[in-house]
Ligand binder design. Structure first.
Ligand code: PLP
Length: 386
């Protein structure tokens, strides 16, 4: 890692795909009978490295679809989901004649679109109905009558997709959802005289970023037992992002300034909250897993770790006890494989976006620095003449 930092400088993301492969093996050793669907929104950079280890990829936008297409990901592994299904984009997908694994339906409008496209292209498609958990996602049960009444024979409704949130650590809540879904399966099967074969369920498996006590093995075993209890006759697919990839990611950022203002010590790092998102971090009070490389200092000091944005929010950790820092010390923040790169406010202040290096059997620079000023800079050549 030190060599990579020396070669590519900071800020830098490093994703160790061997860690994800181990993680997949571990999850599969617990969820023995289930398939894994990776929610690519968590981190699109690692998908090609792990595609042979998982059964599906959940794609929620045309951009995510284009990433998979460019990387030649087997389209029969794709689950095309998302709250905004654009007619032109989906027309392109149908036109390409690619066999798509599953489409989800999240609204009556989406149903009409897929009904129309499958009919136009005479293309049989497999559908999961995404049932809402009480927000803008998914469809309300009350719309099912219309769907089953109006659907053409190209639409093959084979199961339910359900996701109600991330970082869920309540077994009670998971059990309640399973009970609801079990009843829903029965209702649909009885009302519409069909057999549904699969449940794609996002349990929102949690990652504990701040060294809290958590017996993960037991938790996962309990989730496995609950799912098997309620859906013994269904194929279960776990739709997960965070729990799969969080542990593979390292974010390397360097101290570029040190100061003491009104008796508070500050270290300014070359990367901050624009690149680093720890779910559950509140007011920078919690301490994520990190390392400082090559700092042999015995004396300690209390420092606020801040990023390079001009906002008082850009604090990574407040009041952290560290060995006395010097300029160029490098912090490596761990467990940043999920959502940091995709959720960070990377365009704020027009700071460059970090390089990304993948570690697998080789080491590959999969993204060079991107100058975000180019995205934020107005282009005056686009005068509109109406
Ligand atoms: C529909 C859907 N499925 C799966 C996921 C992945 O959730 P997690 O990263 O908590 O596993 C998300 C995350 O937002 C989602 O929206």
């Amino acid at each position: 890692m030190q060599e990579l930092i020396q070669k590519y400088n900071t800020p830098l993301f490093i994703y160790d795909c061997n860690i994800i492969k181990e993680r997949i093996k571990y999850l599969k050793s617990i969820f023995k009978k289930m398939d894994i669907c990776y929610a690519i929104k968590a981190n699109s950079f690692v998908i090609k490295e792990i595609i042979n280890d998982i059964e599906r990829v959940e794609v929620c936008s045309y951009g995510e679809y284009q990433i998979c297409d460019k990387l030649k990901i087997d389209s029969s592994k794709l689950v095309l989901s998302g709250v905004n299904k654009n007619k032109l984009e989906f027309d392109n997908i149908f036109k390409s004649q690619k066999k798509i694994g599953r489409y989800t339906i999240e609204s009556y409008e989406q149903f009409k679109l897929l009904n129309e496209l499958s009919n136009t292209y005479q293309n049989n498609i497999d559908i999961l109905i995404r049932i809402t958990s009480g927000n803008q996602f998914g469809i309300d049960e009350s719309k099912l009558d219309k769907i089953f009444e109006e659907k053409n024979s190209y639409l093959n409704i084979i199961g339910i997709e359900y996701f109600s949130g991330t970082q869920k650590h309540s077994l009670k809540r998971i059990e309640k959802e399973c009970l609801y879904l079990q009843e829903l399966f029965l209702k649909i099967e009885n009302n519409y005289h069909i057999t549904l074969s699969e449940l794609e369920y996002g349990p929102g498996l949690p990652i504990y970023y701040f060294k809290e006590e958590f017996d993960e093995v037991n938790f996962l075993k309990e989730v496995n037992d609950i799912l098997n209890k309620y859906f013994s006759d269904k194929k279960i697919i776990l739709e997960i992002g965070r729990s799969l990839v969080a542990s593979c990611g390292y974010y390397c950022t360097k101290v570029i300034d040190l100061k003491e203002n009104k008796k508070e010590k500050y270290a300014i790092l070359d990367g901050g909250i624009n690149h680093l998102v720890y779910y559950g971090q509140t007011m920078a009070m919690k301490i994520p897993d990190y390392e400082i490389i090559n700092n042999k200092e015995k004396n300690k000091e209390i420092v606020n770790l801040c990023g390079s944005l001009c906002t008082t929010n850009d604090i990574l950790v407040k009041q952290l006890e560290v060995p006395k820092l010097k300029i160029d010390d490098v912090f490596i923040f761990k467990n940043v494989g999920a959502y940091s790169i995709t959720e960070g406010i990377a365009l704020f202040l027009s700071r460059d976006m970090p390089k990304v290096v993948l570690i697998s059997d080789k080491k590959i620079l999969v993204r060079d620095t991107i100058n975000s000023y180019k995205i934020n800079c107005p282009n005056y050549e686009g005068e509109v003449k109406l």
